[in-house]
Design a binder for this molecule. Structure first.
Ligand SMILES: *Cc1c(COP(=O)(O)O)cnc(C)c1O
Length: 506
């Protein structure tokens, strides 16, 4: 019984009068309960937004009299949804089903329970952040983690001599990019830094080594070629003008074939012979050797320390599995110069980060590796992930959603271990009436949102990165999608935002 829509029916001027005023709405009994549970002001603002959106839809010719009346009948629901939306945080917990363990867009490493508890304890009240409790004197905030980090590095590197501890120090900044910049600026402003052409890389998020070097005031002295740099290339370039030899870990790409570069050990040897410090932008902060987890090995933070790099920069929230921060560890005299740099103060890390980092380092030192989430994810076997996938599939009704269990490969991600693939398992989803982009959108709109990955036109939920305790939640969310009535708004290939979101900026 489809009636043809005449242009007259869509005329805005004929439809605007159907819209109630905010005052009319507030008199409606359906709204009195809203006013009781929210404030009068909040309901007025939400109602204004909803009416504004409807007006806009009318102006765009989206409505007939019938469709508008249908929307008006649900006005209290729309206002209630708007109120809920306004009370929601923008930064929300999501389910990472991409299988990428360190996903920068999804906040990289989840924290261990002890890190979370320590954050809460420290954030709830005052703390001895910069107070020495023995002397009552002012102290530095990095004392809380400096010795812990040095102890961890020494233990793992198998160095027992206490004199090493006395010769090394550490400082902490907001991220590894800041650590690299600060190291260069403190030690090489106005002088030369020797770098291999194969290491003049972009790490991601616009962090490019040549640009950072230029901003730091250091002069770039490139040696070698993109694919091959020999030790002799470095040796020839060293001069009285050289302040540092910079080594950059090729953490987000791998080069294969006709390639060569000196080992870090060789560089450290040349550096010490010529009296020039070697600065290793190690990046990943990896403490556990990956081959111990059955994954293709990667240079570790520990290796760099053991081999005697004069200064090392690493990330806190990559393979260390801690909070976002940058760790700078090195020779005492170099760390002193970094501390003395006025810019050091501008990269100061907050107490919550120190709390999380301290607890994470303690987890390592006390061998509580199981409590570090990313270590667990790295260790999960394909069989275990397959088992969890099957459990979910068996509990799903056969409905609009078709779900298959497929073998896949997870990535470590976050600019680390580019060549490492972890055999995993995923749920491959298809929906009888939703296109792939529409199904992705439907998943992102769940509460909590589910972030999937698309490989070769298949929508995959890789359970390696989903905490097992969330399997039940994921199952009930998928049930909801499998049984939901068709939502016309989701069926377009180019999913658009809900109208309310599109015009919320009144
Ligand atoms: C990731 C990475 C960085 C940047 O670290 P952030 O903590 O994200 O700032 C710098 N250098 C290397 C080698 C990296 O891998």
């Amino acid at each position: 019984m489809a009636t043809k829509v005449t242009s007259n029916e869509r005329e805005p001027d004929n439809l605007y009068p159907l819209l109630p005023s905010v005052n009319d709405l507030l008199l409606d009994p359906a709204f009195s309960s809203l006013v009781q549970s929210h404030s009068h002001n909040a309901v007025v603002h939400a109602a204004r937004t909803v009416l504004f959106c409807l007006k806009q839809e009318i102006a765009e010719g989206q409505h007939t009299r019938a469709s508008l009346q249908k929307r008006l009948a649900l006005l209290d629901l729309a206002v209630s949804n708007e109120l809920i939306k306004r009370a929601n945080f923008s930064l929300r917990r999501v389910i990472n089903a991409t299988g990428v363990i360190l996903h920068t867009n999804l906040g990289r490493a989840p924290l261990s329970t002890s890190a979370l508890e320590h954050i809460v304890e420290i954030a709830q009240g005052y703390s001895n952040l910069e107070l020495d409790l023995e002397s009552g004197e002012r102290s530095r905030r990095d004392v809380h983690v400096e010795q812990l980090l040095l102890r961890l590095l020494m233990t793992r590197a198998g160095i027992t001599k206490d004199d090493v501890k006395n010769l090394r120090a550490a400082v902490f900044v907001n991220n590894c990019a800041a650590a690299t910049f600060l190291g260069l600026n403190s030690l090489a402003d106005g002088a030369e830094v020797v770098v291999s052409r194969g290491e003049l890389v972009e790490i991601g998020g616009g962090f490019r080594i040549p640009e950072i070097l230029a901003k730091s005031g250091a002069r770039l002295r490139e040696v070698g070629t993109t694919n091959r740099t020999r030790l002799s290339d470095y040796e020839k370039a060293l001069s009285p003008d050289t302040a540092l030899i910079l080594r950059v870990h090729q953490s987000n790409f791998s080069m294969e074939g006709f390639t060569e570069r000196p080992t870090l050990q060789e560089l450290v040897l040349v550096g010490s012979r010529r009296g020039i410090p070697v600065f290793d932008d190690q990046g990943t902060g990896l403490v556990l050797p990956l081959d111990s987890l059955g994954i293709r090995p990667e240079p570790t933070f520990i290796d760099s320390f053991r081999l005697g790099s004069d200064l090392i920069a690493a990330s806190g929230d990559k393979l260390l599995g801690g909070p976002q921060c940058g760790l700078l560890v090195g020779r005492n005299d170099l760390i002193e110069r970094i501390r003395a740099n006025p810019l050091f103060r501008t990269f100061r890390v907050d107490k919550l980060t120190y709390a999380a980092l301290e607890a994470t380092l303690m987890d390592y030192l006390h061998d509580r590796l199981d409590s570090i989430p990313i270590v667990n994810m790295l260790r999960l076997s394909q069989d275990e992930i397959l088992r969890r996938c099957r459990q979910i599939v068996e509990a799903l009704p056969s409905a609009a959603l078709t779900v298959e269990v497929v073998p896949v490969e997870s990535l470590i991600g976050g600019g680390t271990a580019p060549a490492s693939r972890l055999p995993s398992a995923a749920l491959a989803l298809r929906h009888e009436s939703l296109s792939l982009p529409a199904l992705l959108l439907a998943l992102r709109r769940l509460q909590p949102p589910v972030i999937a990955r698309v490989t070769e036109d298949r929508l995959l939920l890789d359970l390696r990165t989903v905490e097992p305790s969330l399997d039940a939640t994921l199952l009930s969310l998928l049930r909801g999608i499998a049984q939901s009535e068709d939502d016309p708004d989701l069926q377009k290939d180019e999913p658009r935002q809900f109208p309310l979101q599109a015009c919320a900026e009144e």
